[in-house]
Design a protein around this ligand. Structure first.
Ligand SMILES: [Zn+2]
Ligand SMILES: [Zn+2]
Length: 286
């Protein structure tokens, strides 16, 4: 991908910032990566119990995260990760006015309450929590999201392909988040890639994930960059778009989970054309 030198500079500065944040989150999650169940209770261990949840979710058209609640988590591990995540957020100066010790104490008290809204990606909850506690909603949602992400990655990596390939809804079948990236795999199959739990799941390239309009003629595909590894696919009816990464044509593979961050330039091109990101509507609470 290329642009003017000024654009390139702005882009690499933003990429650097986002990578720094991703690394900080990873370090903050260390206590969760250190334990096999990533903060879940032993009752959730093993492929069988995850398969059960997937089956239940599939029959109700609900992502697995909607079938979990605060009783499925191990609070000792979560509390350890809470401390390291708040420390990392503090180091990055995400909320310069927040006293980290106070933030940890308040969030520790609120842990059981916090789990449901994170599992159901309830953005409004963090807005109201921010009003209640006086900490920035950005810091609160970053810590909350990071706290449960390893457990969702655990569920995703032990999940059953059969269900992922049969899932017919745009939100992620594991964590319920909206996708923005589609991977074209080596076997020529297109799959949504969730940037939160890393699930790759079924998508129909010729059906708009937003409005459902079908057929190749209702789509526009725009190749971006010289290597032909990136494409923007948009719907002529509703103007929503998603980004396609053709993994075969990449010079260098993108680190797992950072596909959205690395393809930010495609969002700029799409916005210049007046297109709307798939997950934009949900973030605005529509
Ligand atoms: Zn997901
Ligand atoms: Zn559409």
């Amino acid at each position: 991908m290329s642009g003017s030198p000024v654009d390139e500079q702005k882009h690499s500065a933003r990429l650097h910032q986002k990578l720094q944040l991703a690394e900080a989150i990873r370090r903050g999650q260390e206590p969760l990566w250190d334990v096999p169940l990533r903060g879940l209770k032993p009752s959730m261990a093993g492929e069988e119990s995850i398969k059960e949840k997937q089956k239940e979710g599939f029959s109700q058209s609900l992502p697995v995260s909607y079938l979990l609640d605060e009783d499925d988590y191990d609070y000792q591990t979560l509390t350890r990760a809470l401390m390291t995540l708040v420390y990392e957020a503090h180091e990055l100066e995400i909320d310069t006015k927040a006293d980290p010790v106070e933030l940890v104490n308040r969030l520790e008290e609120l842990l059981p309450e916090l789990i449901g809204p994170v599992l159901r990606s309830d953005h409004g909850y963090f807005e109201s929590l921010s009003g209640r506690l006086g900490f920035s909603s950005l810091a609160l949602s970053m810590v909350g999201g990071a706290l449960l992400q390893p457990s969702m990655i655990y569920m995703a990596s032990n999940s059953n392909r059969e269900y992922l390939d049969a899932w017919d809804i745009k939100i992620c079948p594991i964590c319920g988040r909206m996708p923005s990236v589609v991977i074209k795999t080596e076997s020529g199959v297109w799959r949504f890639k969730c940037s939160y739990c890393l699930t790759e799941y079924r998508m129909d390239i010729f059906r708009c994930p937003h409005c459902g309009s079908e057929g190749a003629e209702s789509k526009e595909f725009l190749l971006v960059g010289d290597a032909k590894a990136y494409e923007i696919a948009s719907c002529l009816k509703c103007r929503h778009y998603f980004k396609i990464i053709n993994t075969n044509r990449l010079d260098e593979q993108i680190p797992d989970g950072l596909e959205d961050v690395y393809t930010e330039q495609l969002d700029e091109v799409a916005h210049q054309r007046g297109l709307i990101r798939l997950d934009e509507a949900s973030q605005n609470g529509q």
